[in-house]
Design a protein. Structure first.
Length: 81
């Protein structure tokens, strides 16, 4: 399942740009990080007030809070290509 970073004002179209892709859970215990994860990490450091506004959209159409997303991937190994 792929996960996309959504900020207020972002549309469904914006979510599916490669720069908003946080990453993908391939189902093998690994979360492959995308460029959206870099954006998310930068927000933690530079704009933490935005974190409560973030929504995570999946390619299956689900919308998650940041906390729900982190809970879902907490047991996965995060890797970058």
């Amino acid at each position: 399942m792929k996960y996309f970073l959504m900020l207020p004002g972002d549309t469904e179209w914006d979510a599916h740009f490669e720069t908003n892709e946080i990453g993908e859970d391939t189902g093998f215990g690994v979360f492959w990080a995308g460029t959206g994860l870099t954006k998310l990490m930068a927000m933690v450091d530079k704009k933490p007030e935005l974190l409560e506004l973030i929504r995570i959209k999946t390619d299956a159409g689900l919308t998650l809070t940041l906390e729900e997303f982190l809970t879902k991937i907490q047991k996965l190994k995060v890797r970058r290509q």
